[in-house]
Design a protein around this ligand. Structure first.
Ligand SMILES: Nc1ncnc2c1ncn2[C@@H]1O[C@H](COP(=O)(O)OP(=O)(O)O)[C@@H](O)[C@H]1O
Ligand SMILES: [Mg+2]
Length: 389
């Protein structure tokens, strides 16, 4: 067997079509009962001589099966592994929605939310870092998943990206839009792929942003495409034996109630973190950032803006400031005669830009009261009690 493998390996040369030979070579390896044959065989092949992504991926899968992570790394296709500061979006395109270099976001860029940060440290970062030995001692697995939920625009995506920098793990971002905007079958293949790759680079965090689109409730009449995506995702999250140890699933959603309840079972998104609207400290931090280097009047009381913006999300605050700025620009006659941002400008902006969080909370309250069997909404319930006061 090994002789056949070696003989075929010799036939794979630069500047020729190696496809057919390599396919036969892989078939041979696939039959091999001994995983050392797979490693020995593929270590003789120069990755660059294999053009086909499909064949490269087949090789990668064999190496994962043979538990040869070092070699597997070489076989990750360059095309699909385009990196942007170690954050990868599923279809290989650099993440275009984030204007800043994503890897540069840290916890220090996130204002307030001390409670949430503490929870993130406890539930996500510690299992991957210095506490690892302690975790092992207690037989607590570093894996499973955490679901971040809360009103839109309050920092879930930002927190996840900060995490990419803070925790010492490979971080992959999977956006539903990238996966679902694919032909039938391709989405499933991509999901399988993402997990395969994560398993070759442990410890890893897989971040599913707007996860409800991938993990939505299965319904009889709903489209079949989503249903198979859901089952593939569930299967991959369960893995086989220790496949997924040291892989953490991180989900973010504005609509936790539309998640299929199957995703809340142990080993899947079994923990949750409620990301509330920014508290006073967070609003001060966000507003200071938004107002940096903008001309401001001496009478403008930032404290008053902070007080008046209870319940405004980060995104709401950005809209508020932009609107106030528009009014200031309107009042300015020339560069030499600027009307700096004043209390008046903010009063007008407050009339125009309202909080979007209230509506979310009203809807969420019902779920926290009547649909909290799994404990998903425990933190939210605590928050709502305080908030109502
Ligand atoms: N605590 C915070 N500190 C700093 N900026 C924040 C905070 N919360 C929200 N923001 C701002 O609001 C924007 C929207 O946050 P994002 O993470 O996209 O919200 P979500 O994913 O929860 O919808 C961010 O780009 C950021 O500028
Ligand atoms: Mg988001």
């Amino acid at each position: 067997m090994l002789e056949d493998v070696n003989a075929l390996a010799k036939l794979i040369k630069p500047n020729q079509d190696n496809q057919a030979v390599f396919r036969a070579f892989l078939a041979l390896l696939d039959d091999a009962s001994d995983s050392s044959i797979i490693t020995a065989g593929l270590s003789q092949i120069n990755v660059d001589y294999i053009e086909s992504d499909e064949l490269r991926e087949m090789a990668l899968k064999l190496l994962v099966k043979a538990d040869a992570p070092q070699l597997a790394k070489q076989w990750e296709t360059a095309k699909n592994d385009e990196k942007l500061n170690n954050v990868v979006s599923l279809n290989g395109h650099a993440n275009s929605t984030s204007p800043r270099s994503v890897a540069s976001i840290t916890f220090d860029d996130i204002g307030g939310l001390e409670d949430v940060k503490k929870q993130v440290r406890r539930k996500i970062i510690n299992p991957f870092q210095d506490k690892k030995a302690i975790f092992q001692r207690f037989k607590r697995k570093a894996g499973g998943g955490v679901l971040m939920y809360g009103p839109p625009g309050c920092g879930k995506t930002m927190l996840a990206r900060a995490l990419a920098t803070e925790c010492n793990a490979t971080f992959r971002e999977i956006r539903a839009a990238d996966v679902l905007d694919q032909y039938v079958g391709i989405a499933e293949k991509h999901i399988v792929d993402v997990f395969l790759r994560a398993r070759t680079k442990k410890p890893a965090v897989l971040f599913f942003d707007e996860v409800e689109a991938l993990a939505q409730k299965r319904q009889f009449e709903s489209n079949a495409k989503v249903n198979t995506v859901v089952s593939v995702l569930l299967t991959e999250m369960d893995g086989f034996s220790d496949d997924n140890e040291d892989i953490l699933f991180l989900g973010a959603t504005n609509v936790p109630w539309s998640l299929d309840p199957a995703f809340r079972r142990p080993g899947r998104f079994d923990r949750s973190i409620f990301v509330p609207p920014p508290d006073k400290v967070a609003r001060a931090f966000i507003l200071n950032g938004l107002l940096k280097e903008r001309p401001m009047s001496h009478e403008l009381s930032l404290d008053e803006v902070i007080e008046k913006s209870v319940g405004y999300s980060g995104a709401d605050l950005a809209a508020l400031v932009e609107t106030a700025v528009d009014y200031a620009i309107e009042d300015s006659t020339s560069v030499d005669n600027l009307a700096p941002l004043s209390q008046e400008h903010f009063s007008e902006a407050f009339r125009e830009v309202k909080s979007t969080v209230g509506e979310w909370l009203a809807q969420a309250r019902g779920f926290a009261q009547y649909a909290n069997e799994s404990g998903l909404y425990d933190d939210l319930a605590v928050f709502l009690k305080k908030y109502a006061k």
